[in-house]
Design a protein around this ligand. Sequence first.
Ligand code: ADP
Ligand code: MG
Length: 319
Amino acid sequence: MPSEFELIRRYFAGPTPQAVLGPGDDCALLAPTAGCELAISTDMLVAGTHFLADTDPCQLGWKALAVNLSDLAAMGAVPRWALLACSLPDARPAWLESFSQGLHRCASRYGVDLVGGDTTRGPLNLCLTVLGEVPAGAALRRDRAVAGDDLWVSGQPGLAALGLAQLQGQVALSEVLSMRCLAALHQPLPRVELGLELRRRLLAHAAIDVSDGLLADLGHVLERSDVGAEVFAAQLPSLPVGVDPGLARACQLTGGDDYELVFSASPDKRYELAALAAELDLPLWRFGRIVAATADRLTLLDETGQALAINGKGFDHFG
Ligand code: ADP
Ligand code: MG
């Protein structure tokens, strides 16, 4: 079994062209870009709580970093550096090889250098910290939504939750749909380019990434901005065929782990947003609007404009 230092050197200490000094010293040294603020976020993934212990290590390595990069995406920050603090039950070379490959793949896809971390023995636990940069004062924030804004969401929210439902034996999906859903669950693509362009082109007022579910995360924007919202369920992407529509709708509205972006934008940005969607080859759905704060903050409306009750995880008269 490799020593701790050998392990770090072999699996984690890759090239770090974006750092003054990478792994190997007491600290990494980073030189932030003049005029930028640092956007910093950290997330812990605990085996059995945030992922199944037998998850493919390569997918896990990807996802551990990807979910953190999603937070940078939501702020419109350029991803630059990451740190990995992990506790590992053992040092199986095959597992480490595969895990670090997934991690490094994600890092290189999004232009991030792994500049340091900590490695200890213990129950499997992964804590990623990411650092990005954003021009001072320009970050996309949760507290900037204003009444009259359109509400938008990227991609196909709900696929990851459907994938999880299949893994848990709650639903049987066609082979094609199953592959899409499992890819969404195991290899989420943080919407970094979308966040950057929303920020650079001044297209969004407020933004958040969807980690806990579309309505739940939208709720954080509403609270932080002290506004309300009307959500038009029929304007969300059509539900996958061959799946119970109640389950599919619940996954779309409340399923976690999608890492799409929800954002608010002035209605005069609709054309520019449609152009951006085409440019990025990423669908953007205008699914609601921001209104003045109301008692229950969020109204969910069906295709006829009738309010739908949101009760816990389900909805009345869907399906
Ligand atoms: P110290 O004891 O001074 O805190 P460590 O022995 O924990 O240093 O780590 C040695 C070096 O290896 C440090 O530069 C640290 O950032 C880096 N490192 C440790 N674990 C990881 C990891 N999992 N990924 C990347 N770098 C790591
Ligand atoms: Mg030290």
